[in-house]
Design a protein around this ligand. Structure first.
Ligand code: SF4
Length: 238
């Protein structure tokens, strides 16, 4: 099926894929059917890390085809003081972990349409770099994830999102700039794509089966839930 740019597909994020089994059905349904619209509330906790990834990407681009002197990290003075400190710590850690490198910046976009399933995979996957030896690398910022910087869900999501960018080997480098640690995987895209597609189909089927706007489960999911307005369970308790 061909998907036109304006067509709204059901939206799937890495968080939905990971938590589909236990997420509140009403919230799951709401997030799944909210199309391309990204909620500022649900994305709030990722504001700083997403901005750091975007600024690092711009910085790399400047090293290659811009004037490196002019491409510095902008002072994030619109952020709260705690967020500014977090931003600076992430950038400082990145520059310590990765020495300067002459690599082109690739583009994995913000979303990937999976027409066979009528869904759009939404969310950044990392900093895409093509090194001079041709290696396609995704650097994935993972702050505060403890010893597991990358799990199977991250890996399959990245593979599915990056499959249009490179069809050979994808090098994933997950890094924590606060702990100054990183881990590296070489992924054979062609060899693992089928497995990732089958996994995605099963997870999307689960989301479709569990999502229900009439079924509410109050709990941890209520935090950052964008459908609190009108939620009968919350309205009952206020
Ligand atoms: S507010 Fe809580 S119970 Fe209501 S939809 Fe959101 S997660 Fe579910």
């Amino acid at each position: 099926m061909e998907v036109t740019p304006d067509e709204e597909l059901d939206r799937v994020t890495v968080s939905m894929l990971r938590h589909a089994d236990e997420r509140c059905p009403r919230r799951l349904q709401h997030e799944f059917t909210s199309g391309r619209k990204l909620s500022a509330l649900s994305e709030a906790s990722f504001d700083v890390t997403n901005r750091v990834v975007a600024d690092i990407t711009t910085w790399h681009r400047g090293q290659v085809d811009g004037d490196p002197e002019r491409v510095a990290f902008p002072d994030p003075d619109d952020l709260e003081p705690e967020q500014r400190a977090f931003y600076r710590a992430l950038v400082r850690g990145y520059l310590e972990l990765f020495p300067p490198v002459a690599a082109e910046v690739g583009d994995c976009g913000w979303a990937t349409d999976i027409a066979e399933l009528d869904v759009r995979l939404v969310g950044p996957v990392g900093i895409p770099l093509v090194h001079t030896d041709g290696i396609h690398q995704l650097r994935m910022l993972r702050a505060g994830r403890g010893s597991t910087l990358l799990d199977d869900v991250d890996l399959r999501f990245a593979l599915l999102r990056a499959a249009e960018w490179t069809r050979t080997t994808l090098q994933l480098v997950a890094f924590d700039p606060l702990e100054l640690q990183s881990v590296e995987y070489d992924i054979d895209i062609a060899g693992r794509l089928e497995d990732a597609q089958a996994w995605l189909a099963a997870r999307v089927a689960l989301i479709r089966a569990r999502g229900d706007k009439h079924d509410t489960r109050a709990g941890a999911d209520c935090r950052f839930c964008t459908c609190i307005p009108g939620c009968p369970q919350i309205a009952r308790t206020t």
